[in-house]
Design a protein around this ligand. Structure first.
Ligand code: AQP
Length: 334
């Protein structure tokens, strides 16, 4: 298939901390697998990150680390455009235009806004509210066909689709209406301590979340402490959210199907199962940790890659923005 015929993929991740196992399974680990089949564009979305308070020194460091982590997780800068969002000012410009095709009411219904405003009650800023419009701009700037995300981003993607359709309705067909690309297994990895909640970087309980740079003994300890239930059967079922979560994780990192896992652990206890999950995760993440350390020791290479990535991202998104400006009736500056 020629480069022109390939579908376009866009996805982003916030540099708000080391990626969790949820980010890895639900999103980033899949991104590398898509590179040959699609034209992929991946971004470290630092502009999204500042919708909650960030320490500037930490944010700069975390952004660089997140960028290196993308490569450590299998993304190849020669195959995919890989850039830092704030290096492409076009996203913010497009976001303004799109915000004029977004209703206050639909933004008010976003569950992430409700959750985050409850969590950060002393800083319910306008950026937190308009976050999904910037996300729509990220995607629409490249006319992406598919957006690989975890289940938690489905509502935002639905909104991006509505915004694209509304813009097309007002100004004539222009934006591709993007589709969510959500994995069958692992789209919502849950907290190890409360399997009703998603695994989240900002969880206050350090045992709730596995970070992809955690050392093997830390990973195994967190799995040993994972909440299960009072029976001892390793079976995937709605009434067994803790065990089912561990089975999804095991399935995602080993490639084994759920029935195969049920057979593998038939007659065995939770202790054996949790240890096996911990070891499988730790083995899977070992090369990621090693590659990350190697990349962080070569800042010049990282800079070369993100400068190049920004150039490519800007060249595409600037073209989109110029056409959008024309469509909405702005006077041509060229
Ligand atoms: N638990 C999860 N299971 C599956 N996929 C997940 N994703 C996030 N958590 C899970 C997917 O990871 C991608 C990047 O998401 P993000 O940048 O929004 O990261 P986050 O960890 O959700 O973000 P926060 O807001 O920084 O963390 P908290 O919630 O702790 O404040 C997305 O594709 C997402 O679906």
């Amino acid at each position: 298939m020629s480069e022109q015929e390939k579908k376009i993929i866009f996805s982003g991740i916030q540099p708000t901390g080391t990626f969790t196992l949820g980010n890895y399974i639900g999103a980033v680990s899949r991104w590398g697998e898509l590179q040959d089949q699609f034209n992929c564009i991946y971004s470290i979305v630092d502009m999204h990150a500042i919708t909650v308070r960030q320490d500037p020194v930490q944010l700069r460091q975390k952004s660089l680390e997140a960028y290196a982590l993308l490569f450590a997780c299998g993304i190849d800068p020669k195959k995919s455009i890989t850039f830092i969002q704030s290096h492409a000012g076009t996203h913010a410009e497009l976001s303004w235009i799109l915000s004029c095709s977004t209703q206050f009411g639909e933004l008010s219904r976003m569950t992430q806004f409700k959750d985050k405003s409850a969590k950060h009650a002393d800083d319910i800023n306008a950026g937190l509210f308009t976050y999904p419009v910037l996300m729509a701009a990220d995607i629409l700037a490249y006319n992406a066909d598919l957006v690989p995300i975890g289940e938690d981003q489905r509502q935002h993607l639905e909104l991006a689709r509505n915004i694209a359709q509304r813009f097309n309705g007002k100004y004539g067909e222009f934006f591709t209406v993007p589709e969510a690309y959500i994995p069958k297994v692992g789209a919502r990895i849950k907290s190890l301590q409360d399997p009703e909640k998603k695994m989240s970087k900002s969880d206050e309980n350090p045992n709730a979340c596995v970070f992809i740079l955690d050392e093997p003994d830390v990973i195994i300890r967190k799995f040993k402490r994972a909440v299960t239930d009072s029976d001892s059967e390793i079976r995937y079922a709605e009434e067994k959210p803790g065990v089912s979560n561990l089975m999804s994780i095991y399935s995602a990192v080993t490639g084994k199907e759920i029935p195969e896992i049920e057979r593998e652990f038939e007659g065995k206890g939770y202790g054996d199962f949790k240890l096996a999950v911990g070891e499988a995760v730790s083995d899977r993440l070992k090369p990621v940790r090693e590659e990350f350390a190697r990349l962080m020791a070569d800042k010049a290479y990282l800079k070369e890659c993100y400068m190049e990535g920004a150039k490519s991202a800007l060249s595409i998104s600037r073209r989109t923005l110029t056409k959008v400006y024309r469509k909405v009736g702005f006077v041509d500056a060229r």
